[in-house]
Design a protein around this ligand. Sequence first.
Ligand code: GAR
Length: 227
Amino acid sequence: MAELKRVAVLISGRGSNLGALIAAARQPGYPAELALVLSNRADAAGLERAREAGIATAVVESRPFGRDRAGFEAAMQAKLDEAGIGLIALAGFMRVLTEGFVTRWAGRMLNIHPSILPAFPGLDTHARALAAGVRLHGCTVHFVTPGVDEGPVIAQAAVSVLPEDDEDALAARVLAQEHRIYPAALAWVASGAARLVDGRVVLKTTPAEGAFVNPLPAFAGLPRETA
Ligand code: GAR
C-alpha cells in the first residue's frame, strides 16, 4: 500500500483550502507531500494554484459519467494509483462518493466541512447556522465514511456568531479557521499522530485546552474573533 505521506487533494472549485495545504506542505519538516491535485471539473480555479506550485494535476470530469458514479471513481482511482497516492484530502470536492470507494480508502481519506459536525451536514451551512440562531459555528476535519459529511472527527474549530453577521461575514471567519485546522489535521494523519481506532480518532498528544477554539480576547462586550 502506498505510504500515507503521498497525498492527493481532490477539489471541485476555487481551492482556498488547497492553497492552505500547499503553503503548509512547503514548510520544512511537514510530514506530507502533495503529490497530486485532482479535480472533477476542468475549470476549477484550484487547478491553477496547483500548477503554479509545481504540483501534478489531473482532471476526471464527472459530468460525462452521469449517474455512473462507480465508473467515475474507477477513472479517479486509476489516476491515484498512477501517482502512488496513499492518502486523500477532499477540499471542496463536491461529489458524493460510493460506499465502495469510501471503504477502499477507509482511514486514508479526510474531508473538511464548514460546520461543527454533526450539526449542519450538507450545503448552505452558514445560512443554516444563522437561521438556527446558534452562538457557535465553525468547521470540522474528519475521516470519510459512507454517510455524507459524517465520520470520525480529527479536528474542529469554533467561531462566535456575531449579531451583525451575514452569510458572507460568517463564512469568511469560518474559512480562516478551515485554513488553520486542515493543514494540522493532515499532518497528524500523515505522521501517524492521529489514528482511527474502533471508529474514533486517537491523538498521540493531548491538545492544549482551547486548541480548537479561535482565540478570543478577554470579554468586553461581545467577543470578537482575532484570527
Ligand atoms: C470549503 O468551505 C469546504 O469546507 C467546503 O467547500 C468549501 C471549498 O472551498 N466543503 C464542503 O462543503 C464539503 N461538504 P475551497 O475550494 O476554497 O477550499
